[in-house]
Design a protein around this ligand. Structure first.
Ligand code: FES
Length: 81
C-alpha cells in the first residue's frame, strides 16, 4: 500500500495499522501539544490517548485505529512539518 504523509511517500503492508507504518518509516512526530508545542506521537497504540491523531483526506483519525489504504493522503497536525 502506497500513501503519503505530509506529501512524503510511505509504504504500508495490507492490514497494517497506519501508526505502525508511519513508525517503520521513521515518522514519530505526528502532532504538537497545544499548550507548549512539544512533539507528540503514538503512546498507547490502542485508541485511548489520542496522541496519534492525524488527518486523512480532511478527517481527523486515530492512526493506531486506522488501517493503511492505497493512495490515502495523511497529514500531521504539526505546526511546522
Ligand atoms: S496511540 Fe493512543 S490513541 Fe493512538
Amino acid at each position: 500500500m502506497e500513501f503519503t504523509f505530509d506529501d512524503i511517500p510511505v509504504s504500508g503492508h495490507d492490514g497494517e495499522s497506519l501508526v505502525v507504518a508511519l513508525m517503520r518509516a521513521g515518522h514519530l512526530h505526528l502532532r504538537d501539544a497545544p499548550a507548549d508545542g512539544g512533539a507528540r506521537g503514538a503512546f498507547c497504540c490502542m485508541g485511548l490517548c489520542q496522541e496519534c491523531v492525524v488527518r486523512i483526506n480532511g478527517t481527523m483519525v486515530e492512526s493506531c485505529r486506522y488501517t493503511v489504504e492505497q493512495g490515502m493522503a495523511v497529514t500531521s497536525l504539526r505546526q511546522k512539518p
